[in-house]
Write a new protein. Structure first.
Lengths: 313, 337
């Protein structure tokens, strides 16, 4: 499982540093060419200004989520209703919200739930979806049939509709349950990607060679097939992090996600939507942060795809 | 071809049954853990036990397994399947005790109109923008389409819906409504912050466009890449060498081949748009399917949720099948055995 775990950590952690453990793996497998694929990709990504700006933005948001104290010394729960909806000023760059709480610190603390949900959901999706796709693609036969039918069931549920039904039925809406529902509805996509690339690479010569020298199934899967199937998964996982951040905000907006005493960008938007015309900044700041984060993840995924696809060289 | 369709239709059976069981198990668990949803009808009053029992029995929540936590209630599941497939009886909702089929029939026209507007909008504008950008690769048009599409993808649909409702529906609408010479259909019907029963079609245009805008970007990008790939193909050069007009080369030869991935996406997108309709319907207050599901999931009405979502899943599966058949029509090289 070592490869899968490190892949999950790479996707979940800081994206730039995340290339490290992955770049080493193919070298252990003794394949010079794929080792250079990752090295090439890294060189190209470092030179790509879009990728660097996007990952810098994600680094900023990530540090907000991990260490909110770095960014603000204010307490987002120190509220006083006589300061309700005061416009931004030098001391309080985002102004005050409807309850008279400092809006800037709310925005900083609001990064955490989005990031935690996105990372938990993507991590479990990569781990479990990836393993099921690997098993289905490698063994074929009845394993493939069962996994594929189960994938069909989850894929046929429209994503947002399914999430609403699951979350209203569960009734306990916290970061963990939201992440699990997102994971449950999207794991087949990763499984399908991995299954496809495993099927296309399991009959290649190097796999036959590995089998001829007596490698076991587990070794063939994790040492030989997986490192070559991981690139499309990594691209998709990066993009999906962004869509999970958006999904969390959407579900919160619809009233089935996080609930108001918690802090999140989705709550900031849904609570203040009625003041849009009088005090547009109340919506501008959370929307801007949210759109920036989603955009950065998508741009990073695009850059990764270009860097990892040899056809674009 | 016929055998392929039949095989695909047979594959629907386990998928639909599985989805129904998933929903059934979830809603049963909810009832097992949080109690009889019929009690909610009485608010804070305590109903006489006999009345409660009779009502519970009549609404189909009387099964004993609903009291045992974690029990998958297979018996109840088979009863429900029997009712749905043999008698076309999807159950009744709690409040007005209307049959689910009628609730769906009332809500469906709005969602369908919304979907048609959305798909038309994204297909027409998306393909046009994609062709425009693809034919002039590297030019200003190309970059404009590229940048705007990335931006549109990253804006969540509810943010877009809110901004459009407030700016177009309220602010711009107020300006229009102040002018006398503009007909009411436009100033009150089309440019509206919410659905209006007096203008059942006009007031759905803006919500539909918001719904379509999300996938518009993907459609444009897909068209752009596949036009760029195909424009360099040999058969396009041959067509040009034969002396065909530019319009025919682009419109017939290139477009027909380039639209295959776009059609796939549009087909898959019907499912996504249906889910997106939940958000759009909430923001613009449209009494459609999405709102029906959200409301009934909130009040714990298992039959409504199962019935409506099952119908939606069937629609999604049929749309996917239709797309696969359209493939063979568009591309004679594809043959289904």
């Amino acid at each position: 499982m070592s490869d899968l775990t490190s892949a999950g950590a790479a996707v979940g952690g800081a994206p730039v540093g995340g290339d490290g453990p992955l770049a080493d793996q193919p070298a252990v497998g003794g394949k010079e060419r794929s080792a250079s694929l990752w090295a090439d990709a890294r060189r190209q990504l470092v030179r790509d200004p879009v990728f660097m700006i996007a990952s810098l933005y994600i680094l900023v948001v990530g540090s907000m989520a991990a260490f909110p104290k770095l960014w603000t010394s204010q307490d987002p729960r120190a509220c006083s209703t006589d300061r309700s909806r005061i416009s931004p000023s030098w001391d309080h760059p985002f102004g005050f919200d409807i309850l008279g709480c400092d809006y800037y610190s709310h925005a900083i603390y609001g990064a955490r739930p989005s990031m935690i949900i996105a990372i938990m959901a993507t991590g479990s999706m990569v781990l479990i979806g990836g393993s099921l796709g690997l098993l289905a693609g490698y063994y074929g036969g009845w394993v493939d049939t069962i996994v594929s039918r189960v994938m069909d069931i989850f894929l046929s549920l429209p994503f947002l509709l399914g999430a609403i039904v699951f979350l209203t039925v569960i009734k306990r809406q916290n970061e963990f349950t939201i992440a699990m529902v997102l994971f449950l509805l999207t794991w087949p996509v990763i499984a399908r990607i991995i299954r496809g690339s495993v099927i296309s690479s399991k009959d290649l010569d190097y796999v036959h060679a590995a089998r001829a020298v007596g490698a076991r199934n587990g070794r063939i899967m994790f040492r030989h097939i997986l490192p070559n199937a991981i690139a499309p998964m990594l691209v998709y996982a990066t993009i999906v992090l962004g869509s999970f951040v958006a999904a969390e905000a959407t579900l919160t907006f619809l009233g089935v996600g996080l609930q108001p005493p918690a802090q999140s960008w989705g709550i900031m938007i849904s609570v203040h939507q009625v003041y849009f015309l009088e005090d547009p900044w109340l919506l501008l700041f959370p929307c801007g942060l949210l759109v920036g984060t989603v955009l950065s993840f998508i741009l990073m995924g695009d850059a990764l795809r270009d860097a990892l696809d040899p056809k674009f060289r | 071809m016929g055998r392929y369709v039949i095989r695909r239709l047979l594959q629907f059976i386990p998928t639909v049954l599985g989805t129904m069981f998933l929903l059934h198990y979830l809603t049963s668990l909810a009832i097992q853990f949080s109690g009889n949803p019929v009690r909610a009808l009485f608010g804070d009053r305590t109903p006489p036990p006999a009345l409660l029992e009779a009502l519970t029995e009549r609404l189909g929540y009387g099964d004993a397994c609903l009291d045992q936590r974690g029990n998958p209630c297979f018996g109840l599941f088979f009863d429900r399947l029997q009712a749905i497939f043999l008698h076309f009886d999807f159950g009744v909702n709690l409040r007005q005790q209307l049959p689910v089929t009628q609730l769906v029939a009332d809500a469906l026209p709005f969602t369908l109109k919304l979907l048609v507007i959305a798909i038309l909008f994204e297909a027409v504008i998306g393909i046009a923008a994609g062709v425009w950008a693809g034919l002039r690769g590297g030019s200003f048009a190309d970059y404009a389409v590229k940048i705007s599409t990335v931006f549109v993808i990253s804006v969540p649909i509810f943010v877009l819906g809110l901004v459009v409702r407030e700016f177009v529906g309220v602010k711009f609408g107020n300006v229009l409504r102040a002018q006398d010479w503009i007909p009411d259909v436009i100033s009150v019907g089309v440019v509206t912050p919410g659905f209006k029963a007096d203008y059942p079609f006009a007031s759905l245009i803006i919500p539909g466009m918001v719904l379509g805008a999300v996938s518009l970007a993907t459609t444009a990008r897909l068209t752009r890449t596949s036009i760029m790939e195909n424009i360099r193909a040999d058969y396009v050069r041959t067509a040009r060498a034969k002396g065909l007009s530019n319009r025919r080369v682009i419109g017939v030869h290139t477009l027909r081949n380039s639209l295959i991935p776009v059609i796939t996406f549009l087909g898959v997108d019907i499912g996504a748009a249906m889910a997106g309709a939940v958000v759009t319907e909430t923001i613009f207050n449209v009494p459609g399917i999405g709102r029906l599901v959200t409301l009934s999931a909130r009040s714990g009405e298992a039959p409504v949720v199962i019935g409506v979502v099952t119908m939606l899943v069937l629609v999604v599966l049929l749309a996917n099948l239709l797309v696969d058949i359209l493939y063979a029509v568009l591309d004679p090289r594809i043959r289904y055995e």
